[in-house]
Design a protein around this ligand. Structure first.
Ligand SMILES: *[C@@H]1O[C@H](CO)[C@@H](O)[C@H](O)[C@H]1NC(C)=O
Ligand SMILES: CC(=O)N[C@H]1CO[C@H](CO)[C@@H](O)[C@@H]1O
Length: 261
């Protein structure tokens, strides 16, 4: 909500993941801005987008603004209510949840839904939900920090019979900070059979020990990438770039210098 839209569009980033949305027990979708001074808003209900024009314009501008390098926009969510809603009313295209995701996709010009489940880990309902999103026109991505066996199961079932570029679960953003600070991207790539995009945490005043300057991020990405070619690199999170007065350009340039061409 507080991000510098122009800087996000023009610093070399190709993918933005909006953190975060959640689904309510009735299938409504809520946007939790996670930003002091902003309110959480229900953005889709009864199959209609109700999040307001300003938010829709901001979200859809990421890929369309002049000079933008962004070509993919995702929303990140946890797994609250997924199991209940997949059991009843289920994943059908006439359910409120399905129609809400279709409406939100159109309003915000979304490409993918990112699963940041860090607590529930129910394979069956996750797979049902991922396939539902696939039929609603989304790609599905994950942002694991632990529990690799869960993610292998989810990936195997969601991508069964599919090959690139038609994979349903087509991106893995691996948390390499905080609880995931010991993660080895090469190990995850080999276990998942998919390229991984490791994420590092930008300089942050709350858990400074996980803060990573642009120069430190470059060293990490270069080292990981030399062990086993990665699917790219990325950062958690934009709010801290704003709060700490960091440079979008410096962080973006690290990615283009390590991963482009
Ligand atoms: C936002 O980013 C643009 C591009 O980097 C920059 O020119 C502008 O000054 C920034 N705006 C604010 C309010 O920081
Ligand atoms: C935006 C964001 O996630 N900032 C984080 C900075 O660190 C503290 C402590 O871990 C988190 O609570 C904040 O959420």
């Amino acid at each position: 909500m507080k991000s510098n839209t122009t800087a996000l569009q023009t610093s070399g980033f190709t993918t933005l993941v909006v953190f975060g949305v959640g689904i309510l027990d009735n299938g409504d979708i809520k946007y939790y801005s996670n930003t002091p001074g902003s309110v959480d808003v229900v953005v889709a209900s009864n199959g209609a987008y109700i999040g307001g024009d300003a938010l829709a314009e901001k979200m859809s501008s990421f890929k369309t603004g002049s000079g933008t390098t962004v070509n993919r926009l995702e929303i990140s969510m946890n797994s609250q209510h997924v199991k209940d809603l997949m059991a009843s009313p289920g994943p059908g295209s006439s359910t409120p949840l399905y129609r809400n995701f279709v409406a939100l996709k159109t309003a915000w010009k979304l490409d993918a839904v990112n699963n940041d489940d860090e607590s529930i880990y129910d394979v069956a309902s996750t797979v049902t939900f991922g396939k539902m999103l696939g039929s609603a026109g989304y790609k599905y991505t994950i942002a694991p920090y632990t529990n690799i066996n869960h993610w292998i199961n989810v990936k195997t079932q969601l991508n069964q019979g599919l090959t690139a570029p038609n994979l349903l679960l087509d991106q893995v953003y691996l948390q390499c900070y905080d609880g995931g600070s010991g993660n080895d991207p090469a190990g995850w790539q080999s276990a998942l059979g998919l390229k991984v995009v490791p994420l590092v945490w930008v300089t942050n005043d709350s858990k400074p020990s996980y803060g990573t300057t642009a120069a430190q991020a470059k060293t990490k990405f270069v080292n990981w990438n030399s062990k086993d070619a990665l699917g790219g690199g990325g950062y958690w999170n934009d709010y801290d770039i704003e709060k700490m007065g960091l440079s979008y350009q410096e962080y973006g340039k690290v990615l283009t210098s390590v991963f482009s061409g």
